[in-house]
Design a protein around this ligand. Structure first.
Ligand SMILES: [Zn+2]
Length: 107
């Protein structure tokens, strides 16, 4: 079969879309998400102190409620809190606790 230019263009177009979709699917896989999340933590200054990034990530996934105000984290943004002095992981917080630092008063 000999394709016309039009058919060829169409095929290329379809293929490009499929490729894009596969890329999107890949970005949504748990492995990919984990890699992205951990690399963000590293960029944010989180360091490994007696635990591995893997362990922290497991903990992060398992935490369903803010460790300070007990807010359901499925309804708000989940934040990782770490010490900005030594890069130590502290806890998983909701967005408002993370930004307000209100948990400090509770210690
Ligand atoms: Zn909170």
């Amino acid at each position: 079969m000999v394709w016309t230019q039009e058919q060829r263009d169409k095929w290329r177009q379809n293929n490009r879309e499929r490729e894009k979709e596969q890329q999107n699917q890949y970005n949504k896989t748990p492995t990919r998400k984990k890699t992205n999340t951990i690399s963000n933590w590293k960029k944010g200054g989180l360091e490994e102190h007696g635990y591995t990034y893997d362990e922290v990530y497991e903990y992060y996934l398992e935490t369903t409620h803010c460790e300070v105000c007990n807010k359901d984290l499925s309804t708000t943004q989940k934040c990782m809190d770490h010490c900005h002095t030594d890069g130590c992981f502290r806890w998983v917080l909701c967005k408002s606790c993370n930004s307000k630092d209100s948990w400090m008063k509770k210690i």
